[in-house]
Design a binder for this molecule. Structure first.
Ligand code: ATP
Ligand code: MG
Length: 422
């Protein structure tokens, strides 16, 4: 049999899961500091949820979804992103009626996209994201961005770049859209077939095209910045002002449009500027989506959020050559010599664990020397040896591996002794 993991997926091995847990923990801590509460939604949803919210002109919906018919002939899709589900749940559970608004949510879990695999791009990846729904205050835009920055900083990243833009409100976008169509239409035959389709439906998406990115018409395309109406421009100014109050440096990139249909006003990306990070430098993307709640059947509730993948965060940490703290945590390794001693090690191992002392022992009847090597490899703080002598004295030889000191300790004093020294 020669079955391997499916293309684009990976096993995260025990030697790697430690740093995943560290990152997951720091994410949960940060969300708690900022008062975002976790929401867990299903891994699959009705396909229509994504076509309606992400938008049917996007790469995600057109090329990347894992869509299947279930046995009841429903069209279901493995979730490619988290915002649609969070907003669906917001509407379904009438969270707009909660006394405390905005509703601040976070999620963390696997997402699925049928993509070409490369470094930092998988078919199953873990996204962490937040959503603040129910406020159109530019200060919450700044809070959302600052939470993402805080997570990266806590993970040790220093070479971060925040890029922001405003997509404006509906009115601004309509006038801009018209200008885009006028700009691209005369030359549209030089663009890829996707862009030709986008021209009338969603010309903004042309600016985000990975195939035609070097076409000279891209650089000269009418910039959104010139089409923002007064209200949208004022909103963007306030977001920038709040970012400054939070001491978050940013760059404005008028070409940043983001892939998903539902964005308006604030759009942002956080990139790694670390050398050697590779072709993909975007760590996180997000933006405001006023109108999405209504689109999914709720009342008019403005929202903003972002998503990042843990995979890219870990790659960025690696690219900056940051080391994870040593995660080994074995307090004591027990070695028993002989049949009676073995029984005692089984018993003591259990007692230690019941007292929150991490303990390990041998289950292969290996030589003492081999067991000692195991204790070293596992970075045990102490080794506990029980032989015939010790059995007679109802004691054990406790050796501190960091300084080599050893002493005979009575069995009934071991827990206290270990608790005091670790
Ligand atoms: P890209 O332009 O790299 O395809 P995107 O615009 O499709 O990104 P979003 O849908 O905004 O990405 O997702 C937000 C974040 O999720 C990205 O910034 C990235 O960290 C992560 N992400 C997206 N797709 C993948 C993937 N296939 N593998 C790993 N991480 C991903
Ligand atoms: Mg993508």
């Amino acid at each position: 049999m020669d079955i391997k993991v499916p293309r684009g997926t990976q096993d995260i091995l025990p030697s790697e899961t430690g740093k995943w847990q560290v990152v997951e923990e720091l994410i949960r801590e940060t969300c708690s500091l900022y008062q975002y509460k976790e929401i867990r939604t299903p891994i699959f949803e009705h396909t229509e949820l994504f076509t309606r919210s992400v938008g049917d002109t996007t790469d995600i919906v057109q090329k990347e979804m894992y869509t299947f018919q279930d046995r009841g002939d429903r069209s279901l899709t493995l979730r490619p992103e988290g915002t649609a589900s969070a907003v669906r749940a917001f509407v379904e559970h009438k969270m707009f009626g909660y006394p405390d608004q905005p509703v601040k949510l976070y999620y963390m879990g696997p997402m699925f996209r049928y993509e070409r695999q490369q470094a930092g791009r998988y078919r199953q990846f873990v996204q962490f994201g937040i959503e603040a729904i129910g406020s159109a205050d530019p200060a919450i835009d700044a809070e959302v961005i600052s939470l993402a920055m805080a997570v990266y900083q806590k993970a040790g990243l220093k070479k971060l770049k925040l890029v922001i833009n405003s997509l404006g409100d509906t009115e601004s976008r309509i006038t801009h859209k018209k200008a885009l169509v006028d700009h691209f239409e005369p030359h549209i035959e030089n663009f890829c077939s996707d862009c030709q389709n986008r021209l009338q439906k969603n010309p903004l998406r042309i600016l985000d095209c990975k195939v035609d990115r070097n076409n000279s018409l891209m650089a000269t395309a009418p910039s959104l910045a010139d089409y923002l109406n007064e209200e949208s421009a004022a909103y963007f100014e306030k977001v920038k002002e709040y970012l400054s109050i939070l001491n978050i440096p940013f760059e404005v990139d008028p070409n940043l449009v983001r892939g998903l249909d539902y964005y308006n006003h604030t759009a942002f990306e956080i990139m790694s500027a670390a050398e050697g990070f590779g072709a993909i430098t975007t760590l996180a993307g997000g933006g405001r989506y006023n109108g999405l709640v209504e689109e999914l059947g709720g009342p008019d509730s403005p929202g903003i959020g972002f998503a990042m993948s843990i995979e890219r965060l870990l790659l960025a940490v690696e690219a900056e050559n940051n080391k994870w703290a040593d995660l080994s945590n074995l307090d004591v390794y027990l070695i028993g010599m002989g049949e009676t001693a073995k029984k005692k090690t089984v018993e003591l191992t259990n007692v230690f664990r019941q007292n929150n002392i991490t303990a390990e022992m041998d289950y292969l009847d290996r030589k003492i020397k081999t067991q000692m090597k195991s204790a070293d490899r596992l970075k045990a703080k102490f080794v506990l040896v029980i032989g015939e002598d010790e059995i007679e004295k109802e004691s054990a030889m406790l050796k501190n591996l960091s300084n080599g000191e050893q002493q005979l300790v009575p069995w009934n004093e071991l827990v206290e002794k270990l608790k005091n020294s670790i």
